[in-house]
Design a protein around this ligand. Structure first.
Ligand SMILES: [Fe+2]
Length: 221
């Protein structure tokens, strides 16, 4: 779960060929199903739930031609901005996967003032919010992650964090979250072939093995 594999609609793969190259790399690593999550962020890409679904529909015939239509499911990675808060308050339908799971991210610097309110509004509507890469937020701590989980948020760390791909502090936070049993899902956050290529290095880390002992959501999707 968590990748950017719909061609040309965000900062993920650019072409159908690139998408297939990356999907084949991931299948080679042992993935049997991929939930791709294009960015929906008002200030970038111009995506909406409708446009992402349309892009997926356009991509489907290509997937079918390779026999991959059942392998790749599509939802979204929502950036928590005013547009999203507004959509939630108006109870507009959002792109989800699993059983009403919704993947969201926030700005990396400071905790949004309305984060708890936003989470409450989501859970009240039966959504199961999943915070994308908690280890990458500068405001994150073990206590904060614990508090958010108590409020109904599931935590998805990026596998690449475990090899220090985003730097040592982010690696340390990811490891700490695993140690404290605060990780609910692993994501590749795969944007391109380079990401897919280094993913295999994650499998050798002890943090990855420890994470795999947790009751991860991945196995149920
Ligand atoms: Fe992402």
């Amino acid at each position: 779960m968590h990748s950017h594999l719909i061609p040309g609609i965000d900062d993920g793969v650019k072409t159908v060929e690139e998408a297939f190259h990356v999907i084949d790399q991931l299948l080679g690593l042992g993935y049997t199903k991929l939930i791709t999550t294009p960015h929906i962020m008002t200030d970038y890409y111009g995506n909406t739930g409708t446009s992402v679904s349309a892009a997926y529909q356009d991509f489907l015939p290509h997937l079918e031609s390779k026999g991959y239509s059942r392998i790749l499911e599509c939802a979204a990675e929502y950036y928590m901005d005013d547009t999203l808060v507004e959509l939630v308050s108006r109870k507009e339908p959002l792109l989800t996967f699993g059983t009403k799971h919704i993947l969201f991210e926030t700005n990396v610097i400071s905790e949004p003032l309305n984060l708890k309110e936003f989470i409450f509004a989501l859970t009240l509507q039966g959504y199961k919010p999943i915070m994308a890469h908690p280890e990458r937020y500068q405001f994150m701590s073990v206590d904060k992650a614990e508090d958010l989980r108590n409020r109904g948020v599931l935590m998805q760390i990026n596998m690449l964090s475990l090899i220090g791909y985003y730097g040592p502090p982010i690696q340390r936070m990811a490891e700490k979250l695993i140690q404290h049993g605060l990780v609910d899902a692993l994501g590749s956050d795969c944007h391109n072939g380079d990401h897919a290529l280094v993913l295999k290095n994650v499998l050798r880390t002890s943090a990855y093995r420890k994470a795999m002992e947790l009751p991860l959501l991945n196995h149920t999707l």
